[in-house]
Write a protein that binds this ligand. Structure first.
Ligand SMILES: [Zn+2]
Length: 184
């Protein structure tokens, strides 16, 4: 997965006049198509699916056919916006209008930007969960018009996995902390 990301990032500098003549946009999209059958997005198919019986997996995949409601509102079936989130995180401290314009030009729709970037003070969150177990820093536009972290002090070590079966990540890095079952 890390390899895919770096490939995505190295593509950006690749502008030649040939590209300009043959394509409308030379920069890679900030989203990816995903094979949702092979890569389960649901809680219990996301992590250790290899250890589950095929029959159970198939049932889960059928359950995933249900359109995403508010509970899974951050997931559009078949599209993964991880490249967008990495792009936004790399632009912290930069002027928002330019970042926003570039993001829009490389997306199929604007909405996923605002999963991370709060539009109002009330929308600001220290971190945002995308899907079942991918966490990213919450962002906002500060008084100077720059993209900023809502909680710059928040560290990977501050987050605890909510289940034992998924690989939880914060800004693409697996959680340092391990799952701890509740005990009395
Ligand atoms: Zn899990």
């Amino acid at each position: 997965m890390v390899g895919t990301h770096s490939a995505e990032f190295t593509k950006h500098g690749n502008h030649s006049s040939f590209d300009r003549m043959t394509r409308t946009g030379t920069k890679a999209p900030l989203y990816r198509k995903v094979n949702t059958r092979a890569r389960g997005v649901h809680h219990h198919t996301g992590g250790d699916w290899r250890h589950q019986r095929n029959t159970k997996r198939e049932q889960r995949n059928i359950a995933d056919e249900v359109p995403r409601g508010t509970m899974h509102g951050t997931e559009r079936r078949g599209l993964d916006y991880t490249p967008l989130f990495r792009f936004l995180l790399s632009k912290v401290g930069k002027d928002w209008p330019a970042v926003h314009a570039e993001a829009i030009s490389r997306l199929d729709r604007e909405e996923p930007i605002y999963w991370l970037v709060a539009r109002t003070e009330r929308e600001r969150k220290d971190y945002v969960r995308i899907g079942e177990s991918s966490y990213f820093s919450g962002l906002f536009v500060d008084g100077d018009g720059k993209l900023a972290l809502v909680a710059p002090q928040l560290r990977n070590e501050d987050l605890t996995p909510s289940c034992p079966c998924c690989t939880h990540t914060f800004n693409g890095v697996p959680f340092v902390k391990k799952y701890e079952p509740l005990s009395s």
